[in-house]
Ligand binder design. Structure first.
Ligand code: PMP
Length: 428
């Protein structure tokens, strides 16, 4: 990799790595950690870890319950976090932001509440073949319960949504389009604005699985006109156990509550109840108080750097990795060219299983990548593979770490190459 590339002006300063204790710890006993598994979950900066400790040390009580000082404090912080999320995605109203456990919980909420109340036998849900299981299985289950039918938008040769087929599949029976803004396996950035415009023109709603886009690219739900949007705190420097469902007020208002229990009620009698107003209606029980407050600290951190700047940083890393990986014999990159993707690259090797590959990368080179089907089994089947290796980048990754990945790949190739081809391949 050239020094010019490494010094690319769009890269973020490496000094921000100092904010992440785990990157500077001794996870691998003397070997530096190259963390390329950010699409699965990211690491946390000290600012987020400190926020967690601060709440437990100074501000913790259950929210929306007591009138004592601590409950007032934690309620205020929790509601400030909701406002922070509203700003991040530019929702019009704060109560359009529902705290859940994560993307999966958010999508299941919509499938159960909106789906069961609205889907009729023979009506259609249009999803895509690149969806994460979280945006597939809840719809398969909803279809089983309601008699609705699932349709899937196929891919183009290069791993983008086939929008011609999307146009053909969208019809007057389509009630909902459920689509990822970014594929967690291909990295493909999908044309959400175009999808919402077309779906709305056909009378369908749109749910966006934004787990892989909110952490990496600016999000504006008013501009994209998404009806529902789901994402997770742990993929954007926040804690696990908290996620978001954004929904347009009129839709959330019309939906029945999903989970029943404390907080989500207006009045309860032995024979009936009335639901609470938004957002409480969808936040039954004790919510993820501390994770939500710490997610707010993560958003502060991301916004101080700038989500657009993070996106540009990842584009540089992805460009460098893509170019180098494309030149490796026997390695097949899944998905489109760098300009159509965010900061992740999945690939497969002839002869070498993804798991063996990831194991050697981890053990010998300290490079943490994901191996498997990444919860996109149908997509892998469609591509004729059972597993792939995924390297996914975030704001703290560097060109030098990509060099380390490439070194590891060359070594693994040499290890697994048939004897006669060893020299040529390891010389690459
Ligand atoms: N959708 C996509 C596109 C994802 O990448 C993931 C996480 N891998 C999920 C949904 C599920 O997120 P969570 O596990 O936080 O619910």
């Amino acid at each position: 990799m050239s020094a010019a590339a490494a010094n690319h002006s769009a890269l973020l300063p490496e000094s921000l790595r100092e904010d992440f204790p785990i990157l500077n710890g001794d996870v691998l006993e003397g070997q530096p950690l190259v963390f390329f598994d950010n699409a699965a979950s990211t690491q946390r900066p000290r600012q987020v870890i400190d926020a967690i400790r601060r709440v437990y040390e100074h501000d913790y009580a259950n929210v929306h319950r007591g009138i004592h000082t601590l409950s007032e404090r934690s309620t205020e912080l929790y509601e400030q976090a909701r406002e922070k999320v509203r700003g991040l995605i530019n929702a019009e109203k704060r109560h359009e932001v529902i705290f859940t456990q994560g993307t999966t919980a958010s999508i299941n909420l919509v499938a159960r509440s909106w789906g069961d109340a609205n889907l009729q036998p023979g009506e259609e849900i249009l999803t895509t073949v690149m969806e994460h299981h979280s945006n597939l299985v809840p719809w398969l289950q909803a279809a089983e319960r309601t008699g609705a039918v699932l349709r899937h938008v196929p891919l183009t040769e290069d791993g983008r949504l086939d929008m011609h087929q999307f146009d053909n599949l969208l019809n007057e029976r389509t009630q909902l389009v459920a689509v990822a803004s970014v594929s967690n396996t291909l990295g493909t950035i999908n044309p959400i604005d175009e999808i919402t415009a077309k779906a709305h023109a056909a009378g369908a709603l749109v749910l966006v699985d934004a787990a892989q886009s909110v952490p990496h690219m600016p999000t504006d739900v008013q501009k994209s006109d998404a009806d529902f949007l789901a994402f997770s705190g742990h993929k954007m420097l926040g804690p696990s156990g908290v996620g978001i469902l954004y929904g347009k007020e009129n839709l959330l208002d019309a939906m029945p509550p999903f989970l029943g229990g404390g907080s989500m009620i207006g009045e309860v009698h032995l024979d009936r109840f009335t639901p609470a107003e938004l957002p409480a209606k969808f936040e039954a029980g004790t919510p993820p108080i501390v994770p939500a407050i710490a997610m707010s600290a993560a958003i502060d951190y991301l916004q101080a750097i700038g989500i657009e700047a993070i996106h540009r940083h990842e584009q540089v890393l992805t460009g460098l990795a893509f170019e180098a990986l494309s030149q490796i014999d026997g390695l097949r990159i899944l998905g489109p060219a760098p300009e159509h993707r965010t900061g992740l690259i999945s690939f497969v090797f002839e002869r070498i299983h993804a798991h063996e590959f990831a194991q050697v990368l981890n053990d010998r080179f300290g490079v943490a990548v994901r191996a498997g089907h990444h919860c996109t089994q149908p997509l892998h089947t469609l591509l004729g593979i059972s597993a792939s290796t995924r390297a996914s980048f975030y704001l703290y990754n560097t060109p030098a770490e990509i060099d380390r990945l490439l070194e590891g790949i060359a070594a693994v190739q040499a290890m697994f190459a048939p004897k006669g081809r060893r020299r040529r391949k390891s010389g690459k």
